[in-house]
Structure formats: C-alpha cells, structure tokens
Design a protein around this ligand. Structure first.
Ligand code: DQA
Length: 171
C-alpha cells in the first residue's frame, strides 16, 4: 500500500475513534461551588476546580469527554438532565454523575426529570449521607439512579467515572 494511503487509513481510524468518544456529564448542585471553604471537616479542602481536574484525569483514562457543570438552581439542573437524556439517545453521552447536594433530599422535580429523560445517572455524595442527620437519609434520586456512591470524598467522582466506563464497555 502506498505510504499516502497508509496515512489515510490511520487518519480514518483516529477520526472514527474520536467520533466514538462519549461524553460524561458531571453535574453539581447547590453550594458545591463552595467546596474547599464550606464545612471542610465534612467535605474536605479540595475545591470544585480540583474536582473538575480529577474528573478530567479520570475521563482521559477511560477515554471519555468531560462536561463538568455546577448550578445553584434546580431548573438549570433539570434542563441539563433533559439535555443529557437527548444526548444519551443519540449515543453521544455515556451517562451523568450527579451530586445534587441538598436537592437530593427535597426534589421530586429532579426525580421526575431523571426518570423522564431515561438517562443513566450515578448519584454521588462526597460525605456518607447515611451517617449524618436523618433528613439526609432520604433521597429522591436513588430510586431512579443506576447506582449510588457516598462517603468516598472527592475521589468518589473518579470511582463513579470508572463505574460508568465499566457499564458502557460491558454492553
Ligand atoms: C452532599 C450531601 C448533601 O446532604 C448536602 O446537602 C450537600 C453535599 C455531599 O456531597 O456529601 O450539599 O451531596
């Protein structure tokens, strides 16, 4: 095969690989913008920017593209979940890792959004919510989540990305 053609084949393989790269949406809810400052004895001293860097490294390891977001607004989180459902339907998105913060314990609207969007979602908490106040034991997300990760600190984000990679590669 002529050298120029060999290049063409390699480039095509790279393009196909890039096209096949799925996105992971990491969605953070209220007050998570304050990570590092907020109750460090509970949530640690890592900032949200540190968490984003950690997620970027985990996504690189598992060949995912990272979409990392934070909002203090329930409606913005719902819009993101609906958008994720549409992206997953096209095959562009592997799933969502969501730390919904306090909305975990209050939001029927988030429950309905996850169910309605039909999106693969891992519920994540930095702290072990079950070892804390009783109001944190209730989750509106768990029943519609693929899995739940709690109590592993910010490293839980990387573990959840690895779990998502395991789920999608087993398919
Ligand atoms: C949290 C636990 C929630 O109860 C709390 O409201 C948060 C953070 C966690 O990551 O441990 O904001 O989701």
């Amino acid at each position: 095969m002529p050298r120029s053609h060999r290049h063409a084949v390699t480039n095509l393989a790279l393009l196909t690989e890039r096209h096949a790269m799925q996105t992971v949406l990491v969605l953070n809810g209220p007050n998570l913008n304050l990570l590092g400052l907020r109750e460090p004895s509970v949530y640690g001293t890592h900032t949200l920017a540190d968490v984003e860097a950690l997620c970027a490294a985990a996504c690189e390891t598992h060949q995912f593209r990272l979409d990392f977001r934070q909002s203090n607004h329930e409606g913005v989180l719902i819009d993101a979940i609906q958008e994720a459902g549409r992206a997953q339907a096209t095959g562009a998105l592997a799933g969502v890792i969501m730390n919904a913060g306090a909305y975990t314990h209050t939001s029927v609207a988030l429950h309905d959004a996850i169910k309605g969007a039909g999106v693969t979602l891992i519920e994540l908490h930095i702290s072990n919510v079950h070892a804390r106040e009783a109001f944190r034991h209730q989750s509106y997300l768990s029943a519609v989540a693929k899995g739940v990760m709690a109590g592993f600190g910010v490293k839980g984000y990387a573990l959840a990305i690895a779990a998502l990679a395991g789920m999608t590669s087993a398919a």
